[in-house]
Ligand binder design. Structure first.
Ligand SMILES: [Zn+2]
Ligand SMILES: [Zn+2]
Length: 150
């Protein structure tokens, strides 16, 4: 059995954490979340096993849980994090009214629904300009709001 100095992490945990770190990119100030380097989507910490064991990545689910646990032990104490659970994605608000594009993530040009329910959860619907010759953005959003939000 390998000797581990008091207070240090076993090597395999450090390696597991570094492995996950290479699959992801940490997006810091002012956002503080992890994104998948390949898929270019935000991955809340709670979704790491689901994301990296899906068809696209195909790692074993149990391995992904181990990577997540290791990553949390090694990196989470050093990295502020706002996106630990699905709920935190749902309730996420941009830190500024006009957030700058995040270089690691794709930019979508679309209209965002501004509706919030009584609990303050915002609607996540985005509408792009639609098919050529189709409905205008404003009309599309008006239709969405009357249908979804009364
Ligand atoms: Zn991915
Ligand atoms: Zn909406």
């Amino acid at each position: 059995m390998a000797r581990v100095a008091p207070g240090s992490l076993p090597l395999d945990q450090v390696e597991a954490a570094a492995f996950l770190q290479r699959l992801t990119v940490y997006i810091g100030e002012p956002y503080f979340f992890l994104a998948c380097r390949t898929c270019r989507v935000v991955v809340p910490i709670s979704r790491i096993p689901a994301h990296f064991s899906n068809g696209h990545h195909g790692y074993g689910r149990a391995d992904c849980v181990r990577l997540q646990t290791a990553w949390e032990a090694v990196y989470l104490p050093k990295l502020p994090h706002t996106m630990k659970s699905d709920g935190e994605i749902r309730d996420w608000r941009p830190p500024t009214a006009t957030p700058a594009p995040i270089p690691e993530l794709p930019v979508y040009h679309a209209n965002r629904c501004l509706y919030k329910d009584a609990a303050g959860h915002r609607c996540t619907v985005l509408l792009d300009s639609g098919a050529a010759g189709g409905t205008s953005k404003a009309k599309g959003m008006a239709r969405h709001c009357s249908k979804q939000h009364g």
